[in-house]
Design a protein around this ligand. Sequence first.
Ligand code: GLV
Ligand code: MN
Ligand code: MN
Length: 419
Amino acid sequence: MNALAASPSASASVSEDRLWQLLMDVAAYGATAKGGVNRQALSAEDTAAKKHVVRWAAERGFTTFQDDIGNLFVRRDGTEPTLAPVMTGSHLDSQPTGGRFDGAYGVLAGLEVLDALNDSGTQTRRPVEVVAWTNEEGSRYSPGAFGSSIFAGIAELASVLDTTDSAGAMLRDELAKSLAETGVPIRPQGSVRPHSYIEAHIEQGPVLEDKGLQIGVVTSIQGIHHLDVVIVGEEAHAGTTPRRSRKDALSSAVAIIAALELMTSDEDDVTRFTVGRCEVQPGSPNTVPGRVHFTIDLRHPDRAVLTSLVDRVRLVATEKAGPCSVTVTDNLTVDPTIFKAEVMTAIRQSAQALGLGHMDMPSGAGHDAMHLATLCPAGMIFIPCLGGVSHNEAESATPADLAAGARVLADTLVRLANS
Ligand code: GLV
Ligand code: MN
Ligand code: MN
């Protein structure tokens, strides 16, 4: 990837006010009373946000496409339109109690860059495409990031179609509705292989803010493993059934989770272990629980350590299940991602050229870039978020930092699109 000199005028044309306004306009879809968003994948709010992007593109004469999993693409042609496009983007779906910037920033910073390219009259050799990936969060439909995973050829569309949300809504129905409402042409899966992919995102952690730096050059994403644990006991009367003869699925779950908390604790606090969902059945105060389902989100930067932790989770679950039976199923495995040096160099050069303080850093969170990295050279740009708070309605970022990230994005995209 021989990067040509970047046009300084594209990054200089990024408008802090215009980007902020676009972020606030999109934050209205699924806005919550506490200032966050609930815009879960393929909900009416998520589709409304995608339609906002389609209208935005139409006003400027950009072409839009979606694919069969609902990933939405906005394309600005290059002088050599048959060349592979440089892509940028992230996701518009959110956690149930999500913030205004997780995901939306990467998509809308990409759109701001397209405006800046137009305003500065910048021509690029390669097309530049901005993409909103479907279902990065995985809170409504599991596993997360399957929009980018299907695009990258890792997952099959058919493998997710029969997934249901907690209210029983089938993904195939919700997807069909969203595709029809978004109403732009379908581009066949596999017809475009990006030249490179850059994703801008809030850091979702405290490091940049603590160090007083505006730009993180992301070096890697730690590995992620999701498991479903189902414990089956026996429903019984809470007043009459002696403790020693119970098969209490929740008591077993508590014992398993406590043991896993211990087993996954390490001195340096590297391993991430989270039980984010626990469903107890029948969920009656005076019936001994007969079934518990809980999820495990396990993360580690080292693939071998993560694999061995997953093996130990299975052992501990069996050992601590007591009188109940336990089943542990894999739901998602994503190996750690190491981003390509040449992409990191391009981002670093852009930050340097713009005089912005930057540092190399790993990502604790998962991102669509981890799947794109299997398809093409990929990288990420982080900007600070207030107090490192994310997956929380209070999530916040400053207009100045958001614009700084978009300027680095503009400069990097121009470098790559002219290479
Ligand atoms: C994405 O939100 C993740 O789970 O890291
Ligand atoms: Mn995100
Ligand atoms: Mn998220």
